[in-house]
Ligand binder design. Sequence first.
Ligand code: DI6
Ligand code: FE
Length: 398
Amino acid sequence: MRVLENLDVATMVEGGAPYGLIPDGAIVLDGTQVAWVGPQAELPSDWQGCERVDLGGRLVTPALIDCHTHLVFAGSRVREFEMRLNGASYEEIARAGGGILSTVIGTREASEAELLRDALSRADALIAEGVSTVEVKSGYGLDVETELKMLRVARQIPQHRDLSVTCTFLGAHAVPKGMNAEVYLEDVCLPALRQAHAEGLVDAVDGFCEGIAFDADQMRKVFAVARELGLPVKLHSDQLSNIGGAQVVEDFAALSADHVEYIDEAGVECLKRAGAVATLLPGAFYFLKEQQRPPVDLFRKHGVPMALATDWNPGSSPLGSLLLTMNMGCTLFGMTPAEALAGTTRIAAQALGFTDRGVVAEGMRADLAVWDAEHPAELSFHIGFNRLHSRIHGGRID
Ligand code: DI6
Ligand code: FE
């Protein structure tokens, strides 16, 4: 038992004060869990005699959660950045065999050890900002062997770092060169999903529902197999155009619809009925210089919760900062700082199907971030100035 004291805590519990803020609070840790949180003056006497940790008046929040990343990959797409700045579009580059397919070549060639080394250095950047849970996707293999290799690498990250990692199968990310989409799905993607699941490598299934990738009916085929295997689904939907992804999200009760810049009101209603989270990814919006913002007002109007994530990937969002993502959620998309922090804590947990983290409350995992900040809005305010003091993962203080 340990008592954290002399702190303010933004519990992010819904319904009470903004941010669930408790000034002059205390938090009791029991091993890997939070046993109690409240005003320090009300600390129950049972715990008065426990070991005390003085946090010097700092701010405590739930540890951050990055619920959408592609951080296992190899190869560089910096040339494409130059091409785009010279006028080529993301879609033109993709159709010419660049884009995702160029990362596929690099990822196939890389060894598991090389992929792990680079993934760990990316994970370190997130950990340094108070991140404690990260979702990592496959999708740069597009063959059975490499899809499994990526997932095995993602699974190994927690053996090397104090970080929770959830692994998402994204075989339906792009159609490999020289193959037709239907044949790829039947002969490669679905067998890879079954095999990866059999090896315990899959926590959820994702797809890219887009003109340059897979259409809604093709995604339904993939999600039907996910359902058969008992795996939750989520979808890259309405990023560059609207081809009906939100209806797929509703039909399969997906955890989240991600990107959603081009979603319309009927689509937002699909998310509402599905109980899905809208995961906003301002890094890709910014880096691709997109113009169409996700309809934040419609999500608010219909009560669809919004998560925020880095979408860290080598092509459309080379963004290794969840704090900067929060700032972008506010400045580019018009979210409030309270929505941004909920989007990287409570709602991000919901987007991953977790009920044991994302808020500071009794019985939750002791995943906390301690900040040199006076107010939780500061986390969305600074640009490239990390105020993390320390991080607590599963009750262990870094
Ligand atoms: N949408 C994205 O933003 C990433 N994947 C996807 O389906 C981009 C992937 C890439 O360009 O490498
Ligand atoms: Fe993505």
